[in-house]
Design a protein around this ligand. Structure first.
Ligand code: AMP
Length: 286
């Protein structure tokens, strides 16, 4: 497994693979890897001759009051995990390598970036799109793997790839959870034991929504309110949003009579967790 930190060296490696017409699968991450990340890596390995994983805590996608400085990092552990998975190359640039002094260019997917997480994280998706486009340009993957854990991110990146005619296929992968239902996230490390326990209310609220949908409830407002009531009954939870939206436009739905995304963001102490359930072609994926 190669570990590459510079654009020049990365371009050289990619050029050689392209010359050999090797299919490249790419998994962008911010590191501190868990089974969610590794599920993407395994799928990439299955489908491509060469697998690249990037590890880069991207400052452009963090707001000024967010956790960029304290975001968990453990490169040695990550590299060991990726070596075991048989990854071909890790790209782990410095901030200066990605954004040299005088950097000015950004990518925005209008409208979609302002919905859901966009309210409380202005500029977040601009940062995500910018770094992902840069990484796509450098790595030139045939396929890139993203988790449904970050549903809005998947939807926005698909739009970006379509709008900009990028020659890469976005492959969204299922959300991986702990046995008790908590969605795996690098940020779960921030939770103390009471918050960790309280955070189970997120999965319970999605299960409640699932039950109502299965029982034939179509009114989004009713489902949403029952989720809000359940989450609000947990003293350690502070709701950022609970929304039921169209999976393409992210606009609020009044009725669930086709595909829908039920997404939420909730604070436990200073930690903001997100989770979601998708109702696609009559099937619930959570
Ligand atoms: P991050 O390191 O948080 O930027 O995540 C890197 C990639 O892993 C993104 O595509 C995430 O959606 C994905 N990911 C994170 N957590 C999970 C999870 N629990 N299940 C599936 N994919 C995940």
């Amino acid at each position: 497994m190669e570990i590459v930190t510079t654009v020049t060296e990365l371009r050289e490696k990619i050029k050689n693979w392209k010359r050999e017409e090797e299919r490249i699968g790419f998994v962008p991450t911010m590191g501190y890897l868990h089974e969610g990340h590794l599920s993407l890596v395994r799928e990439a390995k299955k489908r491509s001759a060469k697998t690249v994983v990037s590890i880069f805590v991207n400052p452009k996608q963090f707001g000024p009051a967010e956790d960029y400085q304290i975001y968990p990092r453990d490169f040695k552990r990550d590299a060991d995990l990726l070596e075991k998975e048989g990854v071909d190359l890790i790209f782990c640039p410095s901030v200066e390598e990605m954004y040299p002094a005088g950097y000015k260019t950004y990518v925005q997917v209008e409208d979609l970036e302002n919905k859901l997480c966009g309210h409380s994280r202005p500029g977040h998706f601009r940062g995500v799109c910018t770094v992902v486009l840069k990484l796509f340009n450098l790595i030139q993957p045939d396929e890139a793997y993203f988790g449904w854990k970050d549903a809005q991110q998947v939807i926005i990146l698909k739009k970006m790839v379509g709008d900009l005619n990028l020659p890469v296929k976005i492959r969204p992968m299922p959300l991986i959870r702990e046995k008790d239902g908590l969605a795996l996230s690098s940020r779960n490390i921030y939770l103390n034991s009471q918050e960790r326990q309280a955070a189970l209310v997120l999965y319970r609220s999605l299960e409640l929504a699932e039950k109502q949908i299965k029982d034939g409830e179509k009114q989004a407002a009713k489902i949403k309110q029952s989720m809000i009531d359940l989450i609000s009954a947990e003293p350690l939870a502070r709701i950022d949003y609970v929304e039921i939206v169209d999976v393409q436009t992210l606009d609020s739905l009044e009725k669930i009579d086709g595909d829908a995304l039920i997404a939420l963001a909730v604070y436990f102490g200073r930690t903001r967790l997100i989770d979601n359930l998708r109702f696609i072609s009559g099937v619930i994926e959570k």
